[in-house]
Design a protein around this ligand. Structure first.
Ligand SMILES: [Zn+2]
Length: 70
């Protein structure tokens, strides 16, 4: 693979220089970095991605249903 391939995080704002759409993810998904400044942050894997809790049902707001029916 070509190392020139860069994946950006759409809409992400750099916490350091405040520039938007400058945050990219490293090829191994472990680091995010800014192309505009020296910002770099290690990004640990989200445990919820690999350990999906199926016993946690989605909660709906009853008020939303009432508003749609009105
Ligand atoms: Zn930056």
């Amino acid at each position: 693979m070509n190392k020139g391939f860069i994946r950006f995080i759409a809409g992400a704002v750099c916490p350091s220089c405040k520039e938007q759409d400058k945050i990219a993810i490293s090829p191994d998904d472990n680091t995010i970095y800014c192309l505009n400044c020296d910002f770099k942050e290690y990004r640990p894997k989200d445990p919820s991605e690999t350990n999906t809790n199926t016993s946690n049902p989605k909660v709906f707001n009853l008020d939303d249903f009432r508003n749609k029916n009105s």
